[in-house]
Write a new protein. Structure first.
Length: 248
């Protein structure tokens, strides 16, 4: 079988689930490549998620999303990793033993990674690992109630085309002592996360897809895009000081 290009989607919640239908449709009908998409999430869909997350059945977010999309997009090999992502040296609670995958075992050379989480430590773990690879694309999206941002980090032939995401946002860099989902208790997980609105999730997911397409065409000119769903046309746009591209 022809080698498939890999996409890793970390987080199948608000942004991740909005991202998957257009992303998988594009990959399914790509005339030039075959694709393998790996869905990663240790969390489960619950009735309370329905206000901003579309799902067919309750259960693990990665597994139920895989089962939902396989019949719709048969040209894409869709797999599920029903686990939380940990970095080297992270502790794992007893609750989450067996539900954790280390980022070094998940993300490989030449992967495209969509980071759809609302936890800074997970963002930092993924970013740090991507910086050890020679070729990788990392597209990270996040939002609050009405605004958010998408960050793009690309390494090509061992050189950074854009700054690592934690170099742009200090709150990510300073999250080493914070807890990732696999380090939290049930009570902590229940109260974690940022209040969000469906429309902001959709905006973030759309911009992430656009950033992916632009990067495939090698036309990304900025490492970050800000947006607001209440100030459309004025707040949306690239970061004020884009990272200079050094590699074509």
């Amino acid at each position: 079988m022809t080698d498939r290009q890999r996409v890793v989607v970390i987080g199948c919640g608000g942004i991740g689930k909005a991202l998957l239908p257009p992303l998988l449709r594009y990959l399914n009908f790509d005339p030039d490549h075959q694709w393998r998409v790996i869905l990663v999430d240790g969390d489960t869909y619950e009735d309370k998620n329905a206000i901003r997350q579309a799902f067919v059945t309750l259960g693990n977010k990665a597994e139920t999303s895989r089962d939902e999309f396989i019949p719709l997009f048969p040209n894409v090999l869709i797999e599920a990793v029903p686990k939380y992502v940990a970095g080297a040296g992270d502790t794992v609670t007893t609750q989450h033993e067996g539900l954790t995958v280390f980022v070094s075992d998940l993300i490989q050379e030449n992967d495209t990674v969509f980071l759809c989480v609302d936890n800074h430590k997970t963002r930092l773990n993924v970013s740090k690992h991507c910086q050890t690879l020679k070729n990788v694309r990392l597209i990270s999206g996040g939002n609050g109630i009405t605004d958010g941002n998408v960050q793009i980090y690309v390494r090509r032939n061992g050189k950074d085309l854009f700054q690592p995401i934690e170099m742009v946002h200090s709150e990510i860099a300073q999250s080493k002592s914070a807890k990732a989902p696999h380090e939290m208790s049930c009570e902590e997980l229940a109260t974690s996360g940022t209040p969000q609105v469906l429309f902001a999730n959709l905006y973030a997911a759309t911009l992430m897809c656009c950033a992916f397409y632009a990067e495939l065409q090698r036309q990304n000119s900025a490492g970050e895009i800000f947006f607001s769903i209440v100030k459309v046309g004025t707040a949306a746009g690239p970061a004020a000081v884009p990272f200079e591209r050094k590699v074509k």
